[in-house]
Design a protein around this ligand. Structure first.
Ligand code: PGA
Length: 256
């Protein structure tokens, strides 16, 4: 098993997002029926905006592609503005031409959450492998909603969200409404089955998590450090997110 991740550092968050959008566009152009693993979070908005613009220009079509999102809050569905289903509808699925029957998120409204987790994992296995998995990273190093302490062979399941994750997502919820305490998430083992993984991190708030994931001791305290075991994982960072790493690790730096 090869060790380590590729690291690409670009000058700005916009340049990092453009690099990731191009990788997704290339994957879909190479194989229109590709299976994409998709992520939510503010970091992804400029990536999805660029993909929507490419679709608008007629340069790109997702009509034959399949997607699986990483996670969803327990108790929320498309009808709630802070759900990941609503995020994806607004940011990507509405603006581009995915076949709605081929876009998948865990169902946070399922009456039997454990059965839903098993169903989702089986659906990924049946449609997969995921060709390109897109990831963000939490300030605490989480990937998907796999919080510190998660086993690297974990699969899709119900998880309890950490205080820091709930605090980070607080701004997406109406004033007075609590952030859900639980979520459904692909496991780290689920994520590691993807052929290729691209993690996008922008902004200084991610710098410690990125440095721990790439250059600290690997282990469950740093969920993103699991990517070092994958063999085809790339961290794409802006300068702020890479600022706690030794610049000698940087493969490429564009001073935009
Ligand atoms: P963010 O979330 O893009 O909103 O920072 C990333 C994550 O928690 O995975």
């Amino acid at each position: 098993m090869s060790q380590g991740v590729a690291l690409i550092v670009l000058g700005t968050a916009a340049a990092a997002a453009a690099h990731v959008a191009q990788r997704i566009a290339d994957a879909v152009s190479r194989d229109p029926a590709t299976v994409l693993g998709l992520a939510t979070g503010g970091t992804m908005l400029p990536v999805y905006a660029l993909l929507a613009a490419a679709r608008q220009r007629g340069d790109l079509s997702f009509s034959a592609a399949t997607s699986f999102n990483l996670d969803e809050y327990v108790g929320l569905g498309l009808g709630h503005a802070a759900s990941f289903a609503a995020f994806m509808a607004g940011a990507l699925f509405g603006p581009v031409d995915f076949d709605p029957g081929r876009t998948h998120l865990p169902n946070g409204l399922a009456p039997d959450l454990m059965a839903e987790a098993a169903r989702y994992e089986a659906a990924i296995l049946a449609a997969g492998p995921i060709g390109l998995q897109l990831l963000g990273i939490g300030r605490n190093g989480h990937i998907g909603f796999n919080e510190p302490g998660t086993a690297f062979d974990s699969v899709t399941r119900v998880v309890r969200l950490s205080f820091s994750t709930r605090a980070a997502n607080r701004p997406f919820f109406p004033v007075g409404e609590a952030v859900p305490e639980q979520a459904l998430t692909m496991g780290i083992g689920t994520i590691l089955r993807a052929r290729e993984i691209v993690l996008l991190a922008t902004g200084a708030a991610k710098a410690v998590a990125v440095a721990q994931a790439i250059a600290g001791p690997a282990g469950p305290h740093s969920p993103a450090s699991a990517l070092r075991h994958h063999g085809a994982a790339t961290f794409v960072c802006d300068r702020a997110a890479a600022s706690r790493l030794d610049p000698r690790l940087w493969q490429r730096s564009v001073h935009a």
